[in-house]
Design a protein around this ligand. Structure first.
Ligand code: ZN
Length: 85
C-alpha cells in the first residue's frame, strides 16, 4: 500500500473518533418496529415516518429512537456544497 493511502487511513481512523465532525442532513432508514418495518426519512430537520402514529402526531417511537441513536449528529439544514462540480 502506498504511503498516501496509509496516511488517509490513519486520518480516517482519527476522524471516526471525533464524531462531531460529521452531521447527517438527509437520509432514509428502514426501521424494524415491533410489529412491522417502517420507512423513516429525515431532511433539513424534518422527520417523516410511514407509521400511523406519526401521521397523527408528526412524531413517533421510530423518529425518537433515531434522534437518540444519532444524538448530536443531525443537522437541521442542508449544507451547500462548497465545491460544486
Ligand atoms: Zn413511526
Amino acid at each position: 500500500m502506498d504511503s498516501g493511502m496509509v496516511s488517509k487511513i490513519e486520518k480516517a481512523r482519527r476522524y471516526a473518533e471525533e464524531k462531531d465532525r460529521a452531521q447527517f442532513c438527509a437520509f432514509e432508514v428502514k426501521f424494524r418496529g415491533e410489529h412491522s418495518d417502517h420507512v423513516v426519512r429525515y431532511n433539513k430537520g424534518v422527520w417523516l415516518c410511514d407509521c400511523h402514529f406519526f401521521s397523527q402526531r408528526q412524531v413517533c417511537s421510530h423518529t425518537m429512537a433515531l434522534e437518540r441513536i444519532l444524538d448530536g449528529m443531525l443537522c437541521d439544514q442542508v449544507v451547500e456544497n462548497p465545491n460544486p462540480a
